[in-house]
Design a protein around this ligand. Sequence first.
Ligand code: PAN
Ligand code: ZN
Length: 185
Amino acid sequence: MSKILEPEIKCINKKLEGNKIERIDRRIKNLKDIFFDKGALEKLNPETIVYEVESYLPVAHNTEGGLFYGITYIHPGVVGNEYFMTKGHFHKIRNRGEFYCTLQGEGMLILMDESRNTWAEKMYPGSIHYIKGNTAHRTANTGNSILSFNAFWPSDAGHDYAIISENGFSKILIKKDGKPELVSR
Ligand code: PAN
Ligand code: ZN
């Protein structure tokens, strides 16, 4: 007899539900290397949540051929004139790509190749972004409400945060006259 199963997770009202979801948050105190204006950073409550990630990892890390899924929620805010954003990373296996699909809010996907050329794509509900392999990626919330997006990436991709935490991206996204601008550091 064939079985009909319930899915292990569901996305209800743009939030993940299910037993196998991993949840992490990243607070100001976890992001000291990331933001440019260290003076402004010191003035913020270190416990302020900048972003949260809910992930569904149906196979073990580093499994070749599997897929991972997650939703990232970036809160609105700035550190000095830099928008709240994710740490950003290259994939450990450099040639692994990823899809991002925006659910709500507005923001920017900041991309940098291995020669440190940096560019950005606008994110808004319904926008779909293919992140090629060998490309560092970071997202910033440029609006006044939560920015959230779906992400789908290979389970063997891994995350390499070290290069970004040491050298950053070659450009930063700042709020200038109320609008986002990508500027050289
Ligand atoms: C995303 C990111 C997520 C958080 O799921 O991991 O947006 O950003 P950081 O990992 O840079 O803190 C993804 O790109 N996975 O590969
Ligand atoms: Zn990634």
